[in-house]
Write a protein that binds this ligand. Structure first.
Ligand SMILES: [Fe+2]
Length: 305
């Protein structure tokens, strides 16, 4: 990859008028993650979505560079954080949720099926009592639930497939679709993690692509392509329906499922999945310190191909 994809990039996608949020995307280059600030231009209230707590998997060290950058953007734009949101427990990066909740005083939230995901991973880690989403999140959003960012209504759509409990936040003409779609020239996200399901991912994507054609879809990851070394993360429903290399109009469900499964069979686990999930399923908190004052992570061996 050339240099631009390895630098943080911030872009503003402005409100198109009444009912439409201001959206900022902040690209985190180490994991190719896009973090979002979604704000009501009138009240200056904002939600932070899928913000990263930087983790260096070589030295097992954390830093707050990304969340600092996001909170700096919040300050510079005179916004107030009203919600700290995640779309799902991420496998490739550690979530900043607990930190941001503490630093902003805003409640943190994720989808209501997180306990089902936590049960799968509690078994894989043999940590039956470690994860308690009710303890670590202020709210778990059900499918179809609505809430507000300032005066802007937000609707939650359950979008399983990448995980069994991923959710999409739809706020006016912007939707935060996380790891369902990728950019039109990159296709879709993987569906092979425990609890993932390729048919469900197709169905979730179809529901997203049924939103109004001008809806700005904001994806969770971008790694560039062989023809593109600048990160991108926003495209409209119409652009996906015309050009998405995996799911454009005319694609058949069974062809997509076969293609996605074949591709997933070639992918290795993300570098830090086994560290990330046991922190993310605690809302972005490390396991409690042991009697020497340090936290330790647990790694199952010979459980994954
Ligand atoms: Fe993910």
């Amino acid at each position: 990859m050339s240099e631009p994809l390895r630098s943080p990039v911030i872009r503003h996608s402005p409100s198109s008028g009444s009912g439409s949020p201001d959206v900022w995307g902040i690209y985190e280059p180490d994991t190719g993650s896009i973090q979002y600030v979604c704000a009501d231009p009138e009240t200056r209230q904002a939600a932070l979505i899928d913000v990263v707590w930087n983790f260096d998997p070589k030295n097992y060290r954390f830093s707050t560079d990304s969340m600092d950058q996001v909170l700096d953007l919040v300050r510079r734009n005179d916004l107030t954080v009203q919600w700290v949101l995640d779309t799902h427990p991420h496998a490739d990066h550690v979530m900043a949720s607990a930190h941001l909740r503490q630093r902003t005083g805003a409640p943190n939230a994720i989808g209501a099926r997180l306990p089902d995901i936590a049960r799968i991973w509690a078994d894989l880690y043999n940590l039956p009592d470690a994860f308690d989403p009710e303890r670590d999140f202020d709210h778990l959003f059900a499918d179809g639930e609505t809430f507000k960012i300032g005066n802007l209504p937000v609707t939650v759509m359950l979008s399983p497939g990448h995980t069994l409990g991923s959710i999409t936040y739809v706020c006016g003409d912007a939707a935060f679709v996380h790891d369902t779609l990728m950019q039109p020239d990159a296709g879709t996200s993987r569906s092979d993690f425990p609890g993932g399901n390729t048919e469900e991912l197709w169905d979730s994507i179809q529901a997203i692509l049924a939103l109004p054609p001008e809806t700005r879809l904001n994806v969770g990851h971008d790694y560039g392509t062989k023809d593109r070394d600048e990160p991108q993360w926003e495209a409209t429903v119409a652009e996906h329906r015309a050009n998405n290399i995996h799911v454009r109009d005319g694609t058949r469900r069974e062809d997509y499922v076969e293609r996605r499964r074949k591709r997933d069979a070639t992918l290795r686990l993300p570098d830090c999945i086994l560290a990330a999930l046991q922190i993310n399923l605690r809302g972005g908190r490390l396991p409690p310190a042991e009697d020497d004052g340090h936290s330790y992570l647990k790694l199952p061996v010979n459980r994954f191909d």
